[in-house]
Design a protein around this ligand. Structure first.
Ligand code: NAD
Ligand code: IPM
Ligand code: MN
Length: 326
């Protein structure tokens, strides 16, 4: 779904490299002429240190009001009772589809990750001797994520349903439902066990096109796919629901490199491009992606890609390319 109204965006910079890469994304959006109206919302570890809460109930108001969120990354506070605010946002805004594209020359994969249930159900019982997490799979949840994946696969090559149905009976429901949806959508599909998929993603990634999977498998496979591309810093995501959308690079706050000015801004910039697509401006999304690919081809890259450039230098190169090719 897309939103073609005003371009008000709740911007959550977060912690660590979050603010650094979001600044880059905003600068590139500006150079592209996106006309975003920014509504800053403070959420994260910094806020937790000041107030004891990483997010307050009032923070949801501007977020819901904007409907669209650009998100950096949040450091998990060292509190045994902390519940991830990112997961809370995904749940409360019902952002059920996490779309994660991975592309470079000869490789073009879209991972479609169910984003609200599975092992992220939040249904947990933790005791001193035993701890349980319920892996919640529903027909409704599986059906809607399968529909989203089939929608993407319909204009591409093929869908691969990734599961562990040989062991997990909950995944039999996921697999059965995805197969039914794929059959009725008429898309070409196959399925693969998640361990084999993890292996194949490394040795023959070009075999994959659209992949659909459950929440935790999708989390793990997406960092693996980022490794296949060469860096977590390259990868973007869109968390989509029927009413709201949240765009974020797939990486975390990277405390090991925060403040050094060397974070790769490309994942955040590509997330901003996905956001423009959601706003209905596919042409602007394409232009931003073209500028990113140009900078990578020129070797204007940060140290994670063995380059010698700073976040600032990469951002300026991409922004200038957009200004010069406007
Ligand atoms: P991470 O993704 O922050 O970092 C993993 C590795 O990748 C690090 O070596 C880091 O330097 C590198 N890296 C990540 N992004 C990069 C970029 N843009 N450019 C260059 N290198 C980059 O994962 P982590 O270290 O496991 O987690 C750090 C913190 O972030 C934790 O508190 C974790 O809970 C949190 N986290 C938050 C999010 C989020 O808010 N979306 C996502 C993942 C992890
Ligand atoms: C991601 C992150 C999140 C997840 C964490 C921070 C809750 O790793 O977006 O991939 O596990 O989904
Ligand atoms: Mn992750």
């Amino acid at each position: 779904m897309s939103c073609q109204g005003s371009k008000r965006v709740a911007v959550i910079r977060g912690d660590g490299i979050g603010p650094e890469v979001i600044e880059s994304a905003l600068e590139v959006l500006d150079a592209a002429g996106a006309g975003i109206e920014e509504v800053p919302v403070e959420i994260g570890f910094g806020k937790w240190k000041r107030t004891g809460k990483a997010m307050s109930d009032e923070d949801l108001e501007p977020i819901k009001d904007c409907r669209c969120i650009l998100f950096g990354a949040i450091t998990t506070p060292p509190d045994p009772n902390y519940k991830s605010v990112l997961l809370r946002l995904r749940k409360e805004l019902d952002l059920y589809a996490n779309i994660r594209p991975f592309s470079k020359k000869g490789l073009d994969i879209v991972l479609v990750r169910e984003n609200t249930e599975g092992l992220y159900s939040g249904l947990e019982e933790v005791g001193d001797e035993e701890a349980r997490t319920i892996r919640m799979i529903t027909r409704r949840g599986s059906k809607r994520i399968a529909l989203k994946a089939c929608e993407l696969a319909a204009c591409r090559r093929r869908l691969t349903i990734v599961h562990k149905a040989n062991v997990l009976h909950s995944d039999r429901l996921f697999l059965k439902t995805c197969k039914e949806v794929a059959e009725s959508s008429g898309v070409q599909y196959d399925d693969m066990l998640v361990d084999a998929a993890a292996y194949n993603l490394v040795i023959r990634p070009e075999k994959f096109d659209v992949m659909v999977t459950t929440n935790l498998f999708g989390d793990i496979l997406s960092d693996e796919a980022a490794g296949v591309l060469g860096s977590l810093g390259l990868c973007a995501s869109a968390n989509l629901g029927e009413r709201y959308a949240l765009f974020e690079p797939i990486h975390g706050s990277a405390p090991d490199i925060a403040g050094k000015g060397i974070a790769n801004p490309v994942g955040a910039i590509r997330s901003a491009a996905m956001m423009m697509d959601w706003f209905g401006d596919a042409e602007m999304a394409r232009r931003i992606e073209k500028a990113v690919v140009w900078s990578l081809d020129q070797g204007i890259t940060t140290p994670d890609l063995a380059g010698c450039h700073t976040t600032r230098k990469v951002t300026e190169a991409i922004a200038n390319y957009l200004l010069e090719t406007a």
